[in-house]
Design a protein around this ligand. Structure first.
Ligand SMILES: Cc1cc2nc3c(=O)[nH]c(=O)nc-3n(C[C@H](O)[C@H](O)[C@H](O)COP(=O)(O)OP(=O)(O)OC[C@H]3O[C@@H](n4cnc5c(N)ncnc54)[C@H](O)[C@@H]3O)c2cc1C
Length: 298
């Protein structure tokens, strides 16, 4: 039996492990895919305080070594269920049951993708899912943003301060974003709008060079030359196996506050899987620390 089981070896889960191990707890982490989570696919991080420039893989490696040197154990396996008990919780993978006094669910989220050929190939080479993370690489360049909600318009506003031009492409003729955001964006002279349109093809081999667009009303196609494409069509939270246990909001994120405490004693959530305004490394590691401190204080 462990003091703490952590589900997810992203930055939130690894940070929680770091704090718990330093507090003398025995810790086991489960990871179903790759150590480091989302950040491991980032070519370059420039906005983590104290780390001027580092690849995501290197960042994840450093954090993982820091944690395992403290005796934290890791199993590559998917957790499919938690059965809360009074003093010890049961955590199930597909073939085994584990026990822990406390559990932190740090299962993160995935960005929705367009599902286009070359999308994976060009990610990090012109295609991005995060303006806050990658916007600075497109200073004075032409970029497009795909989406029609608050995230897309917020990203367009942010990018318009760096980029020569920002073209917002939306599949409908009206936007879901708040009116105040729309008003701000419409008043920027370097933000342009293409409605009723989807991206049919990403152009470029080593690096994105343009988009082939399809107007869904007229069925006509056109091309747009861009250096960058920011896909802002939402996140897919990885909360499914635990949705009966922890409250979930309308988008599928854990509806839990910054203290990371769930209504179930000794079960906590941390990181991008939680409802929040900003999904970044800094906010994920803050959650990991908060959740771990909550474990230590119970
Ligand atoms: C390409 C890219 C670039 C980015 N660049 C930056 C940047 O430059 N700066 C910045 O601040 N942020 C950046 N971000 C955002 C940042 O990576 C995330 O906000 C942060 O890593 C979230 O950490 P997390 O631990 O909450 O979740 P995740 O990183 O999503 O980790 C969750 C982990 O849990 C695992 N998991 C899920 N379900 C289960 C289960 N049932 N059982 C076992 N394991 C499970 C997943 O496989 C995953 O490894 C970037 C994101 C991406 C995708």
């Amino acid at each position: 039996m462990k003091d703490l089981i952590i589900i997810g070896a992203g930055c939130a889960g690894l940070t929680a492990a770091l704090y718990a191990a330093r507090a003398g707890k025995s810790v086991l982490i489960f990871e179903k895919e790759s150590i480091g989570g989302q950040i491991a696919s980032s070519p370059l991080i420039e906005n983590y305080p104290g780390v001027p420039r580092m690849s995501g893989i290197e960042f994840a490696d450093h954090l993982f070594s820091q944690v395992t040197e403290l005796g934290v154990e890791l199993e590559i396996d998917e957790v499919i269920k938690i059965e809360p008990q009074e003093s010890v919780h049961h955590v199930f993978t597909s073939n085994q049951k584990y026990e822990a006094k406390a559990v932190i669910i740090a299962t993160g989220a995935k960005h929705r993708t367009l599902g286009l050929d070359k999308e994976e190939l060009l990610t990090g080479h012109g295609v991005s899912y995060c303006a806050l993370c990658d916007g600075a690489f497109f200073k004075n360049k032409r970029v497009a943003v795909i989406g029609g909600g608050n995230t897309a318009i917020t990203e367009a506003l942010y990018l318009s301060t760096y980029c020569e031009s920002v073209t917002v492409i939306h599949r409908r003729d009206s936007f879901r974003a708040d009116l105040s955001l729309m008003n701000q964006a419409e008043s920027r002279s370097n933000i342009f709008w293409i409605k009723d349109t989807i991206v049919q093809e990403l152009q470029g081999d080593q690096k994105l060079s343009g988009l082939k667009l399809l107007n869904t009303k007229t069925n006509s196609t056109s091309s747009l030359s861009v250096d960058g494409l920011f896909v802002a069509i939402g996140h897919l939270p990885q909360t499914n196996p635990f949705s009966g246990l922890v409250p979930i909001d309308s988008e599928g994120f854990f509806d839990i506050g910054e203290d990371c405490k769930t209504p179930v004693p000794s079960i906590y959530v941390a990181g991008d899987c939680r409802k929040k305004n900003m999904r970044q490394l800094t906010t994920a590691v803050a959650d990991g620390a908060n959740a771990s401190m909550a474990v230590s204080n119970t």
